[in-house]
Design a protein around this ligand. Sequence first.
Ligand code: ADP
Length: 266
Amino acid sequence: FRVTLTPIRRRDKGVAGVIAVLHDVTEMEKLEQSRREFVANVSHELRTPLTTIKSYAEALDDGALEEPPLAGRFVDVIRNETERMIRLVTDLLHLSRFDSRRNQLRRQQTDLSEMLEEVVDRFSFQLRQKAITVTVKVESKLESVWLDRDGIDQVLDNLVSNAIKYTLDGGSIDISAGRNEAGMLAIAIKDTGIGIPKKDLNRIFERFYRVDKARSRNMGGTGLGLSIAREIVRAHGGSLALDSDTNKGTVATVLLPIVLEGSEQS
Ligand code: ADP
């Protein structure tokens, strides 16, 4: 319910009473509202780089083109902002793909160690650049499981890329996989980074929510990575949670039901 209160004023401006109206906010209305918020967010996120691109193109047109060092810097800004828009649109496509692909996972037999090593390989350049060390540990009895490889690769990419983005140079990342007490496959990605303040922890899965917008932008973030990851994990019947200590680090844990054999569909 949503409640609106309207005071009933007497002629001498005193309050004689209050009219309380209870609104029944149905599920449909809530969905509609979150859809509206999402569209507003997307528009804002796309508008920001577009405005920058427009003003730098105008500056080039107004004479900056004649000053080579300046022109070069302006072109760099335009290129960076364009890349940001491409990332954003790619993320949006991923979101909508998994929105409409629930229950249609393409599971395949997957070697866990190989999958995790390959994630690390995809980031080897950034890891070397920031001198971050990585360890990968997989419980020996749990070598191969059935999962949607593209989907889980995307989840791991998003989580490892966050672990790198929010860890200072020289830090470390530990990736482990094993069976937990409840019999689920638990993949944990633990970093020694800046961490997430407790008050933000339950909001970071919201689309476009970022603890520090400027820092996320500078790191190439879109604010969609965790929502995409959670969407994919839920489509598997699993869950994704983050636990964090400011200035100590963050652990992202993916829990997935273990499917040991199967056909190509779930
Ligand atoms: P972004 O593209 O901004 O990284 P995400 O949805 O992936 O978006 O993450 C949302 C926010 O959660 C980030 O902006 C960051 O503030 C916080 N966050 C996510 N992962 C980590 C991490 N490993 N360490 C610290 N903060 C993190």
